[in-house]
Design a protein around this ligand. Structure first.
Ligand SMILES: [Zn+2]
Ligand SMILES: [Zn+2]
Length: 135
């Protein structure tokens, strides 16, 4: 029983860590952030819980950026700008595929479209600033 309580406390902490940031963290980030408060936390526990949250739909996966999966506590429909240099993931609100386009795809390919996934890629404003201007 005591063990179970401890388990759900960690589970809650992992979810809160993801929900309280907009940096779209990695599992490693969650682990490093919570480790001081939960010394017996393992990276495996973080991964297991993240997979469970993803299945339950309380968090979403942004996909792999620079080799590491990134997670999002914001489950509202939105899209992302991903910096190809530093890996920053920035929320862009809005619908980028109009219903008319989804309908047209559904008709043309005889499929039912549930969702679409648009991502913007390029350099974030910080990386643009770091670039040496062309003389
Ligand atoms: Zn950047
Ligand atoms: Zn997001």
């Amino acid at each position: 029983m005591e063990k179970k309580q401890n388990y759900s406390r960690k589970r809650e902490a992992i979810l809160n860590a993801i929900k309280s940031t907009s940096i779209h963290p990695t599992a490693e980030w969650v682990y490093q952030t919570l480790k001081p408060a939960y010394p017996d936390l393992s990276l495996g526990t973080v991964y297991r819980n993240l997979a469970q949250f993803k299945n339950d739909g309380v968090i979403v996966s942004v996909g792999t950026v620079n080799g590491q999966e990134r997670f999002d506590g914001n489950t509202e429909p939105h899209t992302h700008f991903i910096c190809s240099s530093c890996g920053a993931v920035i929320d862009i609100p809005g619908e980028f595929v109009p219903a008319a386009v989804k309908d047209a795809i559904a008709k043309e390919y005889c499929v039912a479209v549930d969702s679409t996934d648009v991502q913007f890629h390029g350099l974030c404003s910080e990386c643009l600033k770091r670039q040496t201007p062309l003389e």
